[in-house]
Design a protein around this ligand. Structure first.
Ligand code: UD1
Length: 359
């Protein structure tokens, strides 16, 4: 079976790594890797290939940034040529970024089968570009590989055939457990010159960072938290740009240390040792649940409800008052215990590859 695996943006790289590793041992698979180039900075892309031991892509599409339509169109035009020259039996797409959706739709129109890893997640928030990408990608996918039970329910209620839906666990957790087992320096706090307790923050959702009022209210809350407990903030390039543009670096002042985006292992060491993680990332909600680290999600909804129902995740909203109220409870000792969701055991990618190659 000839398979084409696609990745485009930072959160895709940790998802393809275990799938490629599982495929490497299979003589019945001929695998090609495509990097769309949606993320292109060294610290948003290349460093993850190096650390996660992802092989050089066979095709690099170099699409870069742009409006949603521009980026999606560029990926579609470039991947169509790759499909035509490679002629794969199936394409494997992961997650919910623009590259995922663009490559899935283009494959379907060329009658190439599509496997979607991380299918079925729904925030029901149509203002999130990722929600559009998720729904469209699932609509054209032949294999729907699901990470948590809510995804199975969502796909069933949307009328997807039962034999296309496979609850396999979480490939992001595969990478997490693999890398955590290989960490050279366990102590991210020492590496960052910090002493516990400390908080790690990440923010990049357009709804949080592109609007000056929203970002200001989050930054003001971080300022107060940071005066109580050190805050480290590895900032996505778009977030850093917006902090500077809205004059909010000064508002944060000494209350938080802003860092560039970190490589996978340094970041893992940092948040693994943190007392609290504050984030609007999808992946980090899952990762903190997998390692039992308290997480506040700075959003009004989540497409990953298992992290709240079973894990250590608390939805705190995006208002300053909501964030500070949650922090106040945390400081008074209110901590979620959390359990590990079913099948988040480091073997999701092997299950996926078994199912794919069985067909
Ligand atoms: C994308 C994904 C999002 C994911 C996030 C993780 C979509 C719709 N969004 O959002 O789901 O959580 O990646 O990071 O696909 N930029 C750089 N260097 C880079 C890449 C981006 O400076 O290597 C800057 C550019 O200013 C760019 C902006 O970040 O315009 C946004 O990049 P883009 O790929 O459009 O979306 P992300 O916000 O990164």
């Amino acid at each position: 079976m000839k398979l084409l695996v696609v990745a485009g943006a930072r959160p895709n790289f940790m998802k393809i790594a275990p799938i490629l590793r599982a495929l490497r041992n299979r003589l019945d698979a001929d695998t090609r890797l495509v990097h769309t180039g949606q993320h292109y900075d060294y610290d948003m892309s290349k460093v993850f290939f190096d650390e996660l031991e992802i092989p050089e892509p066979h095709h690099f599409l170099d699409v870069g940034s742009g409006s949603h339509a521009e980026q999606t169109a560029k990926v579609m035009m470039a991947i169509e040529k790759v499909y035509e020259t490679e002629g794969p039996d199936a394409v494997v797409v992961v997650g919910d970024v623009n590259s995922t959706m663009a490559c899935a739709v283009t494959a379907k129109k060329l009658h190439i089968k599509v496997a979607h890893v991380e299918a079925g997640l729904r925030s029901r928030d149509w203002k999130m570009p990722e929600e559009v990408n998720r729904v469209v990608t699932d609509a054209v996918s032949d294999w729907l590989f699901v990470s948590e039970p809510s995804g199975v329910e969502n796909l069933r209620s949307e009328g997807k055939p039962a034999d296309a839906i496979h609850l396999v666990g979480n490939v992001m957790v595969d990478t997490l457990l693999w890398q955590a087992g290989h960490l050279k320096s366990e102590d991210g706090a020492v590496a960052a010159g910090l002493a516990r307790p400390y908080t790690v923050v990440t923010l990049h959702r357009p709804s949080n960072v592109d609007d000056a009022d929203s970002l200001r209210s989050i930054v003001e809350a971080l300022g107060e938290i940071g005066r109580d407990m050190p805050v480290v903030f590895p900032a996505h390039p778009r977030t850093r740009k917006k902090l500077e543009e809205f004059g909010l670096v000064e508002v944060l002042g000494d209350a938080a240390r802003i860092l560039p985006p970190l490589p996978y292992n340094s970041f893992l060491a940092l948040w693994k040792g943190a007392d609290l993680v504050l984030t609007d990332s999808g992946g980090l909600q899952e990762e903190t649940t997998a390692l039992g680290v308290p997480c506040f999600t700075v959003r009004e909804n989540t497409e990953r409800p298992i992290t709240v129902e079973m894990g250590t995740n608390t939805m705190v909203g995006t208002s300053k008052a909501g964030m500070l109220a949650a922090y106040d409870l945390f400081r008074r000792g209110e901590r979620k215990k959390g359990r590990i969701p079913p099948l988040w055991d480091g073997k999701a990618a092997e299950r996926i590859v078994d199912i794919l190659l069985r067909h």
